[in-house]
Design a protein around this ligand. Structure first.
Ligand code: V1S
Ligand code: CA
Ligand code: ZN
Length: 400
């Protein structure tokens, strides 16, 4: 009756284990796994579950994670708890080494950490398997997308790199996999993991540059000049593209840029599978982000990639204003299934108050996030044109 049905001619699958929602990074930490509860409630309230195949994946095993990560690092991750953290001097020694140190507390040790990382990774690996078996054409895991994790270190709220694990699975049957990252942060962990292969092309759009105090935007890498290894004998040469942006980029600019650059990469690289990281911290009004995108402009990236009809894995990532993260991922789920959603949120939505009131988006699915604008647009037409020209220059390497 709500008009939500399975798309004709292709299959969308949704991979989600609700246990991830119950993990807490700590009250002052911006990463809130319960944003996934909000997203799921919106998706269900609109009836999108009728348009997809739903799966509840099991957690990934130690051995599955060890396909990318060092066993010693995983052993540490599996055994560390908030309780044994300070008491065991042996563990204290490894904290720094494995990326848990520093006063920023980006990667806290919290209760159930191992369960959390194996749940979100299990979902990405399961989603990749579904694409390989041809059980789905588009597979979604909103709990994944943790692009900063390294093989032996945690970084930027990421402990295990589910994206790398999923791509490794896709590589068993795909000659070329394209990774596209619209999170406001540079996808450094994925880029680094595949820097020496020509079978994965990594493309990241992100905020890059110094603030007025001279501090670089996290993680501080991803300049347009960073194109991977420069040694001509390295097979990975030319298979990385970074699009560094300034504060305040708007809908029209971002859509034009995304379409132009991603389109060029797809037509030159000819991937047989695509992984799209949909970090929602590139939205206007995000607690950590600096861009000014509305939900439909963010969703345009999904629409555009989907239009190529190449097997697609969609994963989450950052996103620190939970109600807008939920709106975006609900909208993008609907983009995948080809469903139109009404701007008025369904009345029977649990947690309706999280989306209600002028502050929270007035009970709408698509509030104008420009109203929450806090960052002037520093991206001029000229700068973006130069950037695209530079990107196209970098892509000439693919022509051999
Ligand atoms: N920006 C930012 C930011 N905010 C925090 C933070 C805030 C409160 C806490 F209780 C804990 C951490 N950390 C950061 C960034 C990391 C951003 C990670 C983004 C992850 C993703 O969206 O891309 C994918 C899920 N960390 C830093 O900026 C590091 C410091 C450099 C910040 C300041 N301190 C003092 C030193 C380290
Ligand atoms: Ca990015
Ligand atoms: Zn981010």
């Amino acid at each position: 009756e709500n008009g939500i049905e399975k798309p004709k001619g292709y299959t969308v699958s949704f991979h989600y284990n609700a246990e991830v929602e119950y993990h807490h990074f700590g009250s002052s930490h911006p990463m809130k796994p319960w944003r996934l509860t909000l997203a799921k409630q919106l998706i269900l309230a609109y009836g999108l579950e009728y348009a997809m195949d739903l799966y509840q994946p099991r957690p990934a095993t130690f051995d599955e994670l060890a396909i990318f990560h060092d066993r010693q690092y995983l052993g540490f991750l599996q055994s560390i708890t908030p309780q044994n953290l300070d008491s065991d001097p042996e563990k204290a020694k490894y904290l720094e080494l494995f990326g848990f140190g520093g006063e920023s507390n980006d990667c806290p040790v919290f209760d159930g950490l191992w369960n959390y990382v194996s749940l979100y990774s299990g979902a990405s690996v399961h989603a990749a398997h579904n694409l390989l078996n041809h059980q789905s054409d588009i597979a979604i895991n909103w709990s994944g997308g943790l692009h900063h994790a390294k093989k032996n270190a945690a970084s930027g709220f990421c402990y295990v790199n589910d994206i790398v694990l999923a791509i490794q699975h896709l590589l068993t049957q795909n000659q070329r996999v394209l990774y596209v990252d619209v999170d406001v942060h540079h996808g450094d962990g994925v880029e680094q993991a595949f820097e020496s292969t020509d079978r994965v092309f990594t493309l990241s759009y992100h905020k890059y540059g110094l603030d007025k105090w001279g501090a670089g935007f996290f993680p501080g890498t991803g300049n347009i000049n960073e194109v991977g290894p420069t040694d001509p004998s390295n097979r990975g040469k030319g298979h990385t593209l970074n699009i560094p942006l300034e504060d305040g980029i708007d809908d029209e600019q971002y859509k034009w840029l995304f379409k132009t650059v991603t389109g060029a990469v797809i037509s030159k690289y000819q991937p047989t599978a695509i992984v799209l990281q949909c970090g929602a911290d590139s939205l206007g009004g995000d607690r950590l982000g600096r861009f000014n995108l509305n939900i439909k402009a963010h969703g345009f990236c999904v629409e555009h990639v989907k239009s190529f009809n190449i097997p697609l894995l969609l994963i989450g990532g950052g996103g620190y204003t939970p109600r807008n993260v939920a709106r975006t991922w609900c909208h993008e789920t609907a983009v995948c299934t080809g469903s139109e959603l009404h701007n008025n949120l369904p009345m029977h939505l649990p947690y309706l108050q999280a989306f209600d009131g002028t502050e929270n988006g007035g009970g709408m699915l698509y509030p104008n996030l420009h109203n929450t604008k806090r960052h002037d647009n520093q991206n001029t037409r000229e700068k973006l044109q130069k950037l695209v020209a530079h990107a196209m220059e970098n892509l000439r390497y693919l022509e051999g």
